[in-house]
Design a protein around this ligand. Structure first.
Ligand SMILES: *[C@@H]1O[C@H](CO)[C@@H](O)[C@H](O)[C@H]1NC(C)=O
Ligand SMILES: *[C@@H]1O[C@H](CO)[C@@H](O)[C@H](O)[C@H]1NC(C)=O
Ligand SMILES: *[C@@H]1O[C@H](CO)[C@@H](O)[C@H](O)[C@H]1NC(C)=O
Ligand SMILES: *[C@@H]1O[C@H](CO)[C@@H](O)[C@H](O)[C@H]1NC(C)=O
Ligand SMILES: *[C@@H]1O[C@H](CO)[C@@H](O)[C@H](O)[C@H]1NC(C)=O
Ligand SMILES: *[C@@H]1O[C@H](CO)[C@@H](O)[C@H](O)[C@H]1NC(C)=O
Ligand SMILES: *[C@@H]1O[C@H](CO)[C@@H](O)[C@H](O)[C@H]1NC(C)=O
Length: 482
């Protein structure tokens, strides 16, 4: 007779266990109370972006052990390749959780009601128990009257039978629920490891947004003053003496397409290689035929478009590769062209486009500036000049120039022995003479551009496509502002 009471106890404690799991473990499993935090770097964290309810945070930390500046994103890890499967799986799991909580409610109600009933009959059962003992001890004292009493008590207890049956089935349900919860917990943990939040579509958006922010953050933090240039690495030997080649300065690093423009005047043929490896082996390319021929080698690819100088004009052209169309063209007011103010090597290199961490720039000169290099920030959508700086450095005495972190670096020659000789800081409108050597391996540089995405210099050196690493020196302020 004590068995049903024990079972009630078992049901209740299982309930408590499951309910506890529902209310506490589950939310953390699906990322409701924040997600896995991976912090790199130590001292002086600056929070750039925070969305606590989703667990999104971007930190910058001042100084890592190797002296590099770190930008740390605290993000739920993404598993983008199986995204649909995963969100489907998650939806099903959520439905299961809902089903379970419904079952729990039903069970809870029933258990409570039955418990009341059992409590009420407990006294009754105790009385019956003792009477049965007495009866067993003295068979003789079991007269007709007391037998009838016992029978009545038993009748009173009869309704307890279905309750006990109910407990049996509830126990089975509980066992089943327990198993389901265990399965669920395992699946959720697995999913949590891969994504850590509810809505995958939303998460994907967040990841993209955060990627962009992180990108900007890292670029800014990595900024500094050029102090050194590595030894060159020759990627390929191809084309004529003059030309230009590049990767996009803006798209995600997974996109390693290479653009190749041989020659310095009247060219219209741009080759687009699928990857850097394809470029090295010279295969897998498509050809773009520009509607207007180019002048010089100062072209740049930025965010899917080519910016170049239209032959025999000071017109800047923005050509969009995917749509194969010119999106906008605009004259650079007063800019010299047609070999009026080229770099020292000539070649219609009057107008040089470049991109750094801050965006698009054009380097050229005008009669008003007496042939000294002008550097202008250019709006990449409209090609309007936003602001210009007169560097005071004569363009014809410059071998090439490139922009890093808002500073224009100028070489003094395109020939052997060239060095980075002059730096103009747009942030302070000041300049200084520098003496940064680099190895001009093939002795005739007709293109030199910095790629902020890869932090390398791209050059075209006498029919060789060559890259250099750069060393940027920066002092990191820990007081906050970036
Ligand atoms: C998240 O839940 C875990 C337990 O699952 C707990 O230890 C942790 O403190 C919770 N975090 C927050 C931010 O509430
Ligand atoms: C949830 O319950 C409904 C109705 O009982 C059922 O059709 C559905 O398959 C259940 N969902 C899961 C994931 O078990
Ligand atoms: C739990 O997972 C096991 C193994 O995947 C499976 O056989 C079982 O049917 C699952 N139980 C429930 C209740 O979903
Ligand atoms: C200007 O930029 C240079 C190079 O990036 C940097 O070294 C210098 O500290 C900056 N100056 C100011 C005032 O921000
Ligand atoms: C890059 O191009 C896309 C469209 O192709 C545009 O939405 C985005 O604003 C551009 N980004 C910049 C920084 O110009
Ligand atoms: C460009 O220069 C050449 C001489 O080098 C001249 O014949 C031509 O007319 C010039 N074109 C323009 C548009 O100034
Ligand atoms: C630049 O540095 C990276 C990392 O140290 C190295 O893998 C790469 O080969 C270097 N490239 C050049 C051109 O030195």
């Amino acid at each position: 007779m004590t068995v049903p009471l024990l079972k009630i106890g078992a049901v209740l404690s299982t309930m408590a266990m499951v309910t506890n799991w529902m209310s506490q473990t589950l939310p953390s499993l699906v990322g409701l109370n924040g997600t896995a935090v991976s912090r790199a770097g130590t001292s002086e964290k600056i929070t750039l972006f925070q969305s606590p309810d989703e667990g999104w945070q971007v930190y910058t930390s001042a100084q890592a052990p190797d002296g590099k500046c770190l930008c740390t994103a605290v993000i739920p890890v993404q598993g983008s390749c199986s995204r649909d499967l995963r969100s489907h799986q998650l939806r099903q799991l959520m439905e299961k959780v809902q089903n379970i909580s419904q079952s729990m409610e039903v069970l809870d109600l029933r258990t409570y009601r039955d418990l009341q009933y059992v409590r009420n009959t407990e006294a009754l059962m105790k009385g019956l128990d003792s009477r049965l003992k007495v009866a067993a001890e003295s068979q003789k004292s079991l007269n007709a009257k007391s037998f009838q009493e016992l029978k009545d008590k038993m009748t009173e207890l009869l309704p307890l039978m279905p309750v006990l049956d109910q407990y049996k089935s509830d126990t089975r349900l509980i066992v089943h629920l327990k198993e389901e919860v265990r399965n669920l917990s395992g699946s959720l943990l697995a999913i949590q490891e891969e994504m850590g939040a509810y809505d995958y579509e939303e998460l994907q958006q967040r990841v993209l947004m955060l990627e962009a922010r992180l990108h900007a953050c890292m670029q800014k933090l990595g900024c500094g003053k050029l102090t050194g240039v590595s030894n060159p690495i020759t990627i390929r030997a191809s084309g004529s003496r003059f030309g230009s080649w590049m990767t996009d300065t803006m798209t995600p690093s997974a996109d390693t397409r290479v653009w190749y423009m041989d020659g310095y005047y009247k060219g219209r043929r741009v080759l687009e290689f699928r990857t850097l490896n394809d470029f090295v082996t010279g295969q897998n390319f498509v050809q773009h035929l520009l509607p207007h021929p180019w002048a010089g080698t100062g072209h740049v690819v930025y965010n899917g478009s080519l910016y170049y100088n239209k032959y025999q004009s000071n017109i800047a052209v923005k050509y969009h590769f995917r749509s194969r169309s010119v999106l906008v063209q605009r004259s650079l007011a007063g800019a010299g062209y047609n070999n009026t103010f080229p770099y020292s090597w000539g070649g219609f290199s009057d107008i040089d486009f470049m991109v750094d961490e801050n965006g698009l720039w054009a380097v050229y000169t005008t009669n008003q500036n007496a042939g000294n290099i002008v550097v202008s920030r250019v709006d990449p959508q409209t090609l309007e000049v936003l602001r210009s700086w007169d560097t005071g450095y004569p363009k014809r005495s410059a071998g090439e120039s490139f922009m890093i972190c808002g500073t224009l670096y100028v070489t003094n020659s395109h020939l052997a022995g060239a060095k980075i000789y002059f730096a103009y800081y747009t942030n302070t409108s000041t300049y200084e003479y520098t003496d940064i050597p680099f190895h001009n391996q093939y002795s005739h540089i007709s293109m030199l551009d910095y790629n902020p995405r890869e932090r390398v210099l791209y050059t075209w050196n006498n029919g060789h496509q060559v890259i250099y690493n750069v060393t940027l020196f920066h002092v990191i302020k820990t007081s906050g502002e970036l």
